[in-house]
Design a protein around this ligand. Structure first.
Ligand code: PMT
Length: 217
């Protein structure tokens, strides 16, 4: 039994990819498996928290005891996140949200035409920034930064620009870590401190992240 340091606390965690439809049979997405977000949910549950897990389409099973909310698109993720965040002590944006969606979603399957096809994309809302800008009932807000270069400066930029309380910088250029693997390494940044979490299993690193977060609740 682990010390129930999160008893009475509610965490809302997003996980997995979003899918942005192009037509009835196609979408834009990414390689997120949901493993990192689901491990965070599991760790929080083991420490006694109530957990809302808002998840894009993944093939893994939700931890027992989590309140699973399934979404597909970034817009659906935004709606559910705002609903649950306002009743949460902390919000963790671990989902790999598509930054852009199709400007127009075709109602019929697009037919093959010439040798080139140009898609027009429009920017999606930023979910974790929207949560961090809640004026009432703003939870302690944690983001991730998945980067392949300039990891520290991009992560610190997102911490500041999205008005987050903490960010987990995830160097996703290292093979065997990050997207779709069972292991990860993170550096946590707050506005005035940082903490390196060396490579380990997602289960273990999720516990370390949740324990750090718990100090602020
Ligand atoms: O799912 P796994 O296979 O286990 O992989 C885990 C992971 C690599 C996906 C995860 O650890 C991770 O890094 N998640 C964040 C992925 C991401 O979208 O990073 P980003 O740097 O593009 O976004 C920064 C932050 O803003 C993230 O908290 C993201 O959830 C959020 N965001 C981004 C765009 C958007 N429109 N809305 C958002 O809320």
């Amino acid at each position: 039994e682990q010390p129930q340091i999160l008893t009475g606390k509610t965490l809302t965690i997003t996980a997995g990819p979003t899918r942005e439809p192009l037509d009835p049979v196609r979408f834009i997405s990414n390689h997120s498996s949901g493993k990192m977000g689901y491990a965070l949910a599991q760790a929080a549950l083991e420490l006694g928290a109530k957990v809302n897990l808002i998840s894009g389409p993944v093939t893994i099973k939700a931890p027992a005891g989590a309140n699973l909310i399934n979404i597909e698109s970034a817009e659906q993720l935004l709606n559910e996140s705002l609903t649950y965040a306002a009743h949460s002590d902390a919000f963790i944006g671990c989902a790999a949200v598509a930054d852009y969606r199709a400007a127009n979603v075709a109602t019929q399957k697009m037919k093959k035409q010439g040798d080139e096809l140009t898609l027009t994309l429009v920017k999606n809302p930023d979910v974790v920034a929207a949560v961090a800008s809640l004026e009432q009932s703003r939870p302690y807000t944690v983001g991730f930064a998945a980067e392949t270069q300039n990891v520290e400066s991009y992560a610190k930029g997102k911490l500041k620009n999205k008005n987050l309380d903490m960010i987990c910088a995830n160097d996703v250029s290292k093979s065997g870590l990050g997207f779709n693997s069972d292991h990860n390494a993170l550096t946590l940044y707050w506005h005035n401190q940082s903490l390196e979490l060396p490579a380990t299993s997602k289960t273990e690193i999720a516990h370390q992240v949740i324990e750090q977060l718990a100090k602020h609740l």
